[in-house]
Design a protein around this ligand. Structure first.
Ligand code: HEM
Ligand SMILES: *[C@@H]1O[C@H](CO)[C@@H](O)[C@H](O)[C@H]1NC(C)=O
Ligand SMILES: *[C@@H]1O[C@H](CO)[C@@H](O)[C@H](O)[C@H]1NC(C)=O
Ligand SMILES: *[C@@H]1O[C@H](CO)[C@@H](O)[C@H](O)[C@H]1NC(C)=O
Ligand SMILES: *[C@@H]1O[C@H](CO)[C@@H](O)[C@H](O)[C@H]1NC(C)=O
Ligand SMILES: *[C@@H]1O[C@H](CO)[C@@H](O)[C@H](O)[C@H]1NC(C)=O
Ligand SMILES: *[C@@H]1O[C@H](CO)[C@@H](O)[C@H](O)[C@H]1NC(C)=O
Ligand SMILES: *[C@@H]1O[C@H](CO)[C@@H](O)[C@H](O)[C@H]1NC(C)=O
Ligand SMILES: *[C@@H]1O[C@H](CO)[C@@H](O)[C@H](O)[C@H]1NC(C)=O
Ligand SMILES: *[C@@H]1O[C@H](CO)[C@@H](O)[C@H](O)[C@H]1NC(C)=O
Length: 327
């Protein structure tokens, strides 16, 4: 008769413990503790869209800038506090650029009123991303949930980990690879530039003196170039904004990819995906341009991949009561 092996019991305990500490996110994480959280988030965003057609783009960008720096832990949302919290909001890719923090606060307030102390700020960014995309005409999906909030910010990490609009495809690919994302994710997620705005300073080097050649970026469509030179004249304000997608600025569709095919990518980092000769990204751009369903399917999968970057789960981190500071 087999006796119960202590060794087997220990192995089982280790298995259960380790699978718990690697806990996966789940679309039903709040189904008993905050069953209505998705519609609460969606309602606040619908209200914000009334006065600000751009807010959906701003919110999904917050999730991206959160996830690429120490994982999706809400670290981007922490305000500078004069001592240990050196805010990511003041990092180069974020300063005078990331926006929508007031709307995140409004979402948090609405969610806390319904289910106090339950939903993390990191999860609010993931839910806000899905609502923003679907409300703009893009795909809907079941958001994976169960992230907890970090207690620290990493401004240096934000400076070095987030991609720059002036980088070439080699650099962009490397920054995605660094967080476990591949070129398919790079192309699909760049498709978020189908809505939202960008400031002149993020693409003006392309307009007049590209790479110090004295000429504009030769990959820019000449008609589009002339338009952009009027919006962003030499010596003008670098803070002026224009549409990332000049065709359907506030709609989530696959026009971003046809823009790249006609040399109407706004940022250098956009156009690199199609104009880098021999690059594996070209075929992906062509696919998404020809087939919006293929883009939407890939986009959803890549959003899930991005949302899975190093979440805090189980008893790690905390559920912040105010997204701007640790408890
Ligand atoms: C591939 C590398 C990427 C680079 C270099 C990049 C760079 C930029 C830059 C420079 C801006 C304009 C910011 C400003 O002028 O204030 C911008 C805006 C935006 N980005 Fe990206 N981005 C990248 C990937 C992504 C990803 C992965 C997403 C989301 C999944 C995203 C979503 C957006 C959105 C929606 C906006 C408009 C934001 C608004 O209107 O407030 N971007 N991006
Ligand atoms: C869920 O939230 C929405 C938006 O806030 C609200 O209209 C609806 O009544 C809520 N449903 C329940 C069951 O609480
Ligand atoms: C941000 O904008 C403010 C107000 O326009 C300006 O004073 C400041 O120099 C800007 N900072 C950066 C880093 O561009
Ligand atoms: C990040 O970049 C900003 C803007 O260039 C700079 O002011 C700040 O000192 C940098 N922070 C760190 C920690 O490197
Ligand atoms: C691209 O990456 C290389 C190597 O890390 C770096 O030297 C270069 O400055 C980066 N280019 C840009 C435009 O950031
Ligand atoms: C991108 O820039 C880096 C250095 O900044 C260079 O080594 C690399 O060859 C460039 N890649 C492409 C595709 O031009
Ligand atoms: C382009 O920029 C370089 C470096 O700043 C400068 O030396 C050159 O005079 C500029 N050319 C033109 C035509 O503005
Ligand atoms: C478009 O992409 C979807 C999803 O990958 C695929 O099922 C469909 O067959 C494609 N349509 C065409 C015309 O290639
Ligand atoms: C287009 O993208 C879809 C979705 O990712 C993929 O299933 C399909 O194989 C791709 N088609 C081509 C021709 O690359
Ligand atoms: C800043 O935040 C840290 C971490 O929560 C906390 O220990 C510290 O006391 C705070 N400093 C101030 C001035 O609030």
């Amino acid at each position: 008769m087999a006796s119960f092996s202590p060794l087997l019991a220990m192995a089982l305990a280790i298995f259960i413990f380790s699978s718990h500490s690697n806990a996966q996110l789940s679309s039903t994480f709040y189904s008993t503790t905050c069953p209505n959280v998705s519609s609460i988030v969606r309602t606040v965003i619908q209200q914000a869209l009334q006065n600000d057609a751009r807010i959906g783009g701003s919110l999904i960008r917050l999730h991206f800038h959160d996830c690429f720096v120490d994982g999706c832990d809400g670290s981007l949302l922490l305000d500078n506090n004069g001592t240990t919290i050196v805010s990511e909001k003041d990092a180069l890719p974020n300063t005078n650029s990331t926006r929508g923090f007031d709307v995140v606060d409004n979402i948090k307030t609405a969610v806390e009123n319904a289910c106090p102390g339950v939903v993390s700020c990191a999860d609010i960014l993931a839910l806000a991303s899905e609502s923003s995309v679907s409300l703009a005409g893009g795909p809907s999906w079941n958001v994976l949930l169960g992230r907890r909030d970090g207690r620290t910010a990493n401004q240096g990490g934000a400076n070095t980990s987030l991609p720059s609009p002036f980088e070439n495809l080699t650099n962009l690919t490397q920054k995605f690879t660094n967080v476990g994302l591949n070129v398919n994710d790079l192309v699909a997620l760049s498709g978020a530039h189908t809505f939202g705005r960008a400031q002149c300073r993020t693409f003006s080097p392309r307009l007049f003196n590209f790479s110090n050649t004295g000429n504009p970026d030769p990959t820019l469509n000449t008609t589009y170039l002339a338009t952009l030179q009027q919006i962003c004249p030499q010596g003008g304000s670098g803070f002026t904004v224009t549409n990332l997608d000049p065709t359907t600025p506030d709609t989530f569709d696959n026009n971003y990819f046809s823009n790249l095919q006609t040399n109407r990518g706004l940022l250098q980092s956009d156009q690199e995906l199609f104009s880098t000769s021999g690059a594996p990204t070209i075929a992906i751009v062509n696919n998404f341009s020809a087939n919006q369903t293929a883009f939407f399917e890939s986009f959803v999968q890549s959003m899930i991949n991005m949302g899975n970057i190093s979440p805090l789960t189980g008893s790690n981190g905390e559920i912040r009561s105010n997204c701007r500071r640790p408890n």
